[in-house]
Ligand binder design. Structure first.
Ligand code: OFO
Length: 167
């Protein structure tokens, strides 16, 4: 594997791990603030990010590279509102998308078409996750501070759960 690409893939492992930890922290916040539906949503998202991370780990190792398991910094847990939670969700997904786009760009520059092909799964996944994050944030903006709106949002959010493509 081209060394520069291996470095980028290892960095991506860190970003997926970071997203997984962030969503677990968001699930904890929701769970302890009475939003059980939102908690379930983020528990599942956290698991999915871990799957994304493991997929990269295996890919690097199978291609004669060396996957490095990173230390994960403490995620945010100081949310003041559901709105902040969903703003953080969208920001996190946008950040990950920008990193994936950079890997795609570098693969094309360095003519690594195998990794380029592998990364298409992540491109599709990000498209879907960003769309869901944006929809949920839009709904939060409509609801604002309305308590019964929050109640209904929490009840219905799992209908927005992102279905993972078969691996
Ligand atoms: Fe890893 O899928 Fe979004 O961040």
């Amino acid at each position: 594997m081209i060394a520069e690409i291996e470095t980028l893939l290892n960095e991506q492992i860190k970003y997926e791990a970071k997203a997984s930890a962030q969503y677990l922290s968001m699930a904890c916040w929701a769970d302890t603030n009475g939003y059980n539906g939102v908690a379930d949503f983020f528990y599942t998202q956290s698991e999915e990010e871990r799957v994304h991370m493991t997929k990269l780990v295996k890919f690097i190792n199978e291609r004669n590279g060396h996957a490095i398991i990173p230390a994960v910094e403490k995620p945010r847990d100081d949310f003041k509102s559901l709105m902040e939670l969903f703003e953080t969700f969208l920001e996190s997904e946008e950040f990950v998308t920008s990193k994936i786009n950079n890997i795609i760009y570098q693969c094309l520059q360095l003519k690594d078409y195998n990794v380029h092909n592998f990364m298409q799964w992540y491109v599709a996944e990000q498209l879907e996750e960003e769309a869901v994050a944006r929809t949920l944030l839009d709904k939060m903006k409509i609801i604002g501070d309305d308590k019964s709106g929050h109640y209904l949002f929490d009840r219905d959010i799992n209908g927005f759960q992102i279905e993972e493509e078969p691996k």
